[in-house]
Ligand binder design. Sequence first.
Ligand SMILES: C[S@@+](CC[C@H](N)C(=O)[O-])C[C@H]1O[C@@H](n2cnc3c(N)ncnc32)[C@H](O)[C@@H]1O
Length: 201
Amino acid sequence: MTDLNSLEKFNQHYKTFAKRDYEKSLNDFFTTQVQFRLPKDPVVLELGPGSKSVFEDSDLNHKLITAVDFSPEAIDLNRGHSSINYQLRDITKNHAIEENTYDLIFDSHCLHCIERVEDRAMSFKNIYHGLKSDGLFCAEMMVQPLGSVINLPHKYIANSRNLEQELISYGFTIKYFMIVRELVFESGNGVCDLLRVICKK
Ligand SMILES: C[S@@+](CC[C@H](N)C(=O)[O-])C[C@H]1O[C@@H](n2cnc3c(N)ncnc32)[C@H](O)[C@@H]1O
């Protein structure tokens, strides 16, 4: 799903390919690096679940999980499949996330689809304020590979060093920052590195 970004394109995608699924690396990241850091019964927000929340296959309390996506087609695909609270929301809008609410905000490959600098800034601001004190923001995203530059249509592919500074500038404390070279995003234009980052409010 590397060439999508606009709401129209995501809607078209979810209308056409109705199979419910998510990228398996997200489940691997959550189970190996994130879950053990959470308090008991965490209140969770997932960003960009698409056709299926990664948490449907977790043993977290589904009633405490909200999954937000700006595609109505994606939200429709999820209705009635679990007690996860799927909601239509655009995270780039002011106050899109309730303040001081979540133990975990988990980016399911949504943020690297947000290209405009102002939209990214608002999203990070929303995420920071949405976390409880000591809450965790965890993201898996495409970053530029070492030694070359890749441009993908409709994607914001950060330089990992710049991303580190960006996160610090929003107030986050970085706890884990790992480029996973055996997990890559491929496209016709080349291969991106995959970054996994865990930040504390
Ligand atoms: C690359 S897809 C990932 C979907 C799914 N997590 C997976 O693993 O296949 C990114 C998702 O983020 C959603 N998205 C993109 N921009 C968004 C925004 N501004 N607010 C909320 N959701 C957004 C898209 O509709 C899409 O479902």
